[in-house]
Structures are given as C-alpha cells and as structure tokens.
Design a protein around this ligand. Structure first.
Ligand code: NIG
Ligand code: FE
Length: 414
C-alpha cells in the first residue's frame, strides 16, 4: 500500500542519521528542520521517502493526498497521562477557586483518593469504554503515541484492573501505548496512620504481580512532601527495578522534593512535572540520560508556578512537554493547547514546543526508533494541519482545532 502526500506547504521535523534517534537538546531545540513545498511517500504504514516537489519522482501510488497550504509533521508523543479514570472532579476545581489548595483537598480525602473511590465502584468494561473514548478524541487532536499510568487503584485488584484496561487499549488501537505502574500515587485511607505498611504491600505484593503479569513497563512514584519521600521512592524503585520495571518519576511539582535527584540516581527514563527546578536539579540532570518533562497544563490548571523551561533549555537540556491528562490537575490532553501555554508562560518558541512534543516525547517513552520525526523507516504517525502559512499558527490559534487529518501507521483515522 503506497500513499503519497503532495504539495505539502511545509514538511516539518525531518531528521536522518543519529539526529532521528536522540532527543534534541538546548539551543538545537529552536531549530525545526523543514522542506518547503514537499512530497512524502508512505509504504506499509511507514515513512518511505520524501523530497521537494521540484523533483517529484514518477510513481503510481494507491492513494494521493493533496495537502496544498498545509503543514505536515509527526504526530504528538504524549509521555505522561492518567487517561484511565472514573468520573470527573469539578467540585474540587470549584473548591480551589474558593481558596482551598490541592494539598488541602487531598488531606481531607479528595484528590487522588476521590478518584480511587470512584474507580473502585466502576467496572473494568466501563473504565475501558471511557478511556477508549478519551483516547479517540486525543488521536483526533494529533496524538500518535501515549503513556498511561495506573494510580487510582491503590490496591492489587484495582491497580491490576487499571493496567488491564491499558493493555486492552494497546491491543485495540494501533498507536504505541506505554503502561506505567503508579501505585505509589497516594496512601489509601486505611494506611494513613501506617504508611510504611502500604509501601511494604506495594513492594511485596503489587509490584511483583504487575511485573509477573507483564502489565507494565515503567514504575512511577509521586515523590513529594506529604506523599512519598526520597527514601520511600528509593525502596519502591529498587523493588521495581528488581522486577524489570524502569523508573519514571513525578518530581518537584509542589516543592523541592529531591525527586529529580533520586530519579537521576536510578537512571529514570524521565522526571516529570518540574515546577520547582533550581541549579541543583539542573546540575543533576545535565550529565544524565533522564528526560526532563514539563507538564505546563497542570501548572496552569492548579495555578502553580510554571516550570522554568527557558532556563532548562538555555542550560542545554532536552526538555519534553507532556499533558498529564487526569481528572484532578489537568482534564485535557490537547497538545496544541500545551504549546500555547509553553509559548506564552514558559517562554518557549513554537519550534521548541514542537521538538518537545515530538522527538523529546518519543525519548521519554523510549520510542525514538519508531516515532517523533519524519525519518525513513519510522511509523507514518502524522498530522496534516488545516491550511496555515507558518508553524507559529499552531500555538497562536489556541482553542481552535488546528488538525485536519491524523494518520496512524499511514491510515487516516480522522
Ligand atoms: O500528575 N501529581 C500527582 N498526580 C497527578 C494528579 C492526580 C490527581 O489529582 O488525580 C498529577 O498531577
Ligand atoms: Fe501526573
């Protein structure tokens, strides 16, 4: 099956050689390699070849798509979501408007525990149906690979239930879906007075079982004051690593938790959130392979200080942006909206925002061999935008759908 896109106004994020397989760092993030007036050929779901319309090879494709006036780029890679959940939490949103903090709401049994209660009362099929619907609407806005966490189960049965829902998404949808065990997300009520017992329960029962059933690739810990300490995180990561789970950490959202340093210490694939990053965190991350992932829409929605992404990029780091889609701190997974926040609040350029959500998003899910750039042999997971003259229109036109078509493995799904 051969598909050819012709008259592409701008074919963006073209990378060949080693550039296609590593995250883009520092000053290089400002550059988005591009061919104006291009063609792109897709074969059997993969990127086959591309070039300038000035030299369009003779071919007999099965399908030709005329993309005059449109941008074509790799689909977004969203490396941090909590897409599987039961019910919304708009009452907490209103409580925050009235002055309560995220931590105060959590302390009185709201927040993650509220979602855990709802999830306990929801069947696996109902959870799957709602998650599938969310996934489809994300694909429609250009998401072409996604990571999804557990973390609203907080016991063996319900965490495994969440992970099985993620597995069903992996089986039924053709985009890459990565699964992360985040049982160390909050302490269930019954463990409030005996937190070490919950950690022992995770280490002795849940982590081995999730790994044994091959339901997760990664292990995540909410390393934050009032949630899981650095010492707790170390114990949990060591248990995960013993069973082959690789670390990805919720770090430094609410304060300087030490989460970044412990992530680097354990070779985390990524450390995520990063509202609180100073020189010590930058010094720890710079020599490491851990991808610093900022979640600007969570900071926006909780009205927290924004992540110092400008400082991080200027220091030479490969900043990744992800959504954090979840019912508490970010009820959206719309990546173009994140671009707008990244540009207006984090002072990133439109090109940096695209690098952060394509190549660097792929790096934060270990998917660089498959996605993140227009590279011969990578998956044809692509966005065709509505007609627009320049890249800056993507973050500029916020609140509007800039995506006209999404291709997953070369097939139009929207
Ligand atoms: O990444 N910070 C911790 N976990 C989620 C929020 C989960 C929730 O409030 O339901 C986050 O923001
Ligand atoms: Fe999160």
């Amino acid at each position: 099956m051969l598909t050819r896109l012709v008259n592409i106004h701008k074919l963006l994020q073209i990378r060949e050689g080693s550039e296609a397989y590593s995250p883009v760092k520092g000053a290089a993030m400002a550059h988005l390699p591009c061919i104006d007036n291009a063609w792109l050929c897709l074969k059997d779901g993969k990127i086959d070849s591309y070039g300038s319309m000035d030299a369009l090879p003779e071919l007999n494709p099965d399908t030709t798509i005329d993309t005059s006036g449109r941008l074509v780029l790799p689909a977004w890679n969203d490396s941090h979501t909590h897409l599987v959940f039961a019910g919304t939490r708009e009452n907490e949103f209103v409580d925050r408007i009235k002055g309560l903090s995220y931590q105060e709401i959590a302390a009185r049994g709201g927040g993650i525990l509220n979602s855990a209660q709802k999830l306990k009362n929801t069947s696996e099929d109902a959870l799957y149906a709602s998650a599938a619907q969310r996934l489809e609407s994300l694909i429609a806005t250009g998401t072409g690979a996604i990571e999804i966490k557990s973390g609203y189960g907080l016991d063996v049965d319900n965490e495994l239930k969440m992970l099985r829902v993620i597995k069903r998404l992996q089986e039924n949808y053709s985009l890459p879906v990565c699964a992360t065990l985040l049982a160390a997300h909050a302490y269930p009520m019954e463990y409030k007075e005996n937190k070490p017992a919950y950690i022992r329960y995770l280490i002795n029962e849940l982590i081995p079982e999730a790994a044994h059933q091959k339901l997760a690739t990664y292990i995540d810990v909410f390393c934050e004051d009032g949630f899981f300490s650095v010492a707790d995180t170390q114990m949990l990561l060591e248990a995960g690593i013993k069973y082959g789970l690789k670390p990805k950490i919720h770090a430094n959202q609410l304060g300087y938790s030490g989460g970044v340093q412990v992530g680097v210490q354990y070779n985390a694939i990524s450390v995520d959130h990063l509202e609180h990053v100073g020189q010590a965190e930058i010094d720890a991350l710079l020599p490491s392979n851990t991808v610093p992932t900022v979640l600007p829409a969570a900071a926006f929605f909780l009205a927290l200080p924004y992540q110092p992404a400008r400082k991080m990029i200027d220091a030479g780091m490969p900043v990744c942006i992800a959504s954090d889609y979840n019912p508490g701190s970010c009820p959206t997974g719309n990546i173009p909206f994140l671009h707008t926040i990244a540009c207006t609040q984090l002072k990133m350029t439109p090109e940096e925002a695209i690098n952060a959500t394509t190549l660097n998003g792929a790096a934060a899910m270990e998917l660089l061999q498959e996605t993140g750039s227009i590279t011969v042999g990578k998956r044809a997971n692509l966005i065709i935008t509505k007609p627009m003259p320049s890249v800056a229109l993507i973050p500029y036109q916020f609140g509007q759908n800039i995506v006209e078509k999404v291709l997953i493995n070369g097939k139009a799904v929207w």
